[in-house]
Design a protein around this ligand. Sequence first.
Ligand code: NAD
Length: 479
Amino acid sequence: MDIKNYINGNFQNPISNNWIDNYNPSNGEVYGQIPNSNKEDIEQAYQSAKSAFKLWSNTTLEERSRIMLKISELIEANLDKLAEAESKDNGKPLWLAKAVDIPRASSNFRFFANAITQFASESHESIGQNAINYTLRQPIGVVGCISPWNLPLYLFTWKIAPAIAAGNCVVAKPSEVTPMTAYLLGDICNEAGLPKGVLNIVHGLGTSTGQAIIEHPNIKAISFTGGTTTGAHIAKIAAPMFKKLSLELGGKNPNIIFADCDYEDMMATTVRSSFANQGQICLCGSRIFVEASIYEQFKTDFVNKVKALKVGHPSESDTKVGALVSKAHLDKVMSYVEIAKEDGGIVLCGGNSVTIEGYENGYYMQPTVIEVPTDECRVNQEEIFGPVVTIMPFNTEKEVLNMANKVVYGLSATLWTNDLKRTMRISNQLQAGIVWVNTWLMRDLRTPFGGVKNSGVGREGGFEALRFFTEPKNVCIKY
Ligand code: NAD
């Protein structure tokens, strides 16, 4: 199935007629072509967004909100179709796309449709000076949104929804590896009555299409989610043009387990936080640290549970681990098993690719647990972004905090304990943008979302996202 760019409400081929293959990770086959758009396509998308901006930025909040709620409803109404497309493009289990990815895309529109009606700005009375200051929160204009392949529609809409709610018009690029649901969103936006040009979706490689968005002199804000190396590259280009930047980047998140935790709850959640979506969630807890007194018990129970996870075709309802997103990614993840061994790691389970009958060319891998001799080895320091976790014991709070923080990343952290004082001490000192205690990936869309250190700059979520997509302007009136 071939897909097209969505510009000014129309579906069109790339101007250069340059196309790239779209693979189905579950069987390794090419099942369609996607545009590899260039500067000219981006210019068209920009012009379309620019023309729409005057109307959209002056559209009442009630009307913007009404259209966005309609988009949300239509995503829900198309749940099956979108989930099937997501699973086929990405390799994730179909049940997961149905239960999480697509409903969350719908929630993103619903949430920001409501949030914008509650978004207020400040005023300050300058006492004794007969003056009042008030702050306008004005849309930026045309903004760029670039998203990754791991949670395709979920993260694409997490950017687009606040951007358009705030009155901007958008040039957006989904990952070239998973473009399908973003393509289908175009039809939904037309059906919902989103005015032409408010959202433009342009497909292609990061180095051509993405780069053209970043380099466009009049796209004044970039919201990016993806790898840390790409984020650094984008920052270098955007900084001299003084673009506003939101960067949501990689992670290497610690999962810290104390002996006083609720063991069963911790175990079930730790299996999920390690291997959900084939371990391809930036928030997965890929470094597991366990208090020494329960380490041996944990190791036995965890490995038994992981061995029982079914690796299978994404369409099968009992599949727990589907296909990895691409051959290149599978090779990269697999290479870390060898790196771990060279560094003295012991593979406790997994470590191999999997061949599934009927889908022999799919990109499957066993969920893998590696016991590491030190937290400083490469598998414990570098983002793998696949079904591979490391485990090691710790003795003291100080020691585990030190290891948890001793990476370049700082996205999220998980802590398992029932000791309130310890919870407070550790949460305060963890270098992370998000800390979960006795849970994982529990999300409330009002909360700030993002990382510190090499995990990014800025926050998404709630009013943080609406602040990013608006420029504050202070007006001071003397009376
Ligand atoms: P990536 O950086 O390769 O690509 C992300 C997007 O950027 C894609 O759309 C890609 O085409 C585009 N891109 C690539 N080069 C570009 C360039 N030169 N200019 C402009 N755009 C360019 O990342 P990925 O492999 O798609 O995703 C995996 C990474 O994303 C992991 O590191 C993961 O941790 C991270 N991630 C972070 C979060 C978060 O919220 N912090 C969420 C999900 C994924």
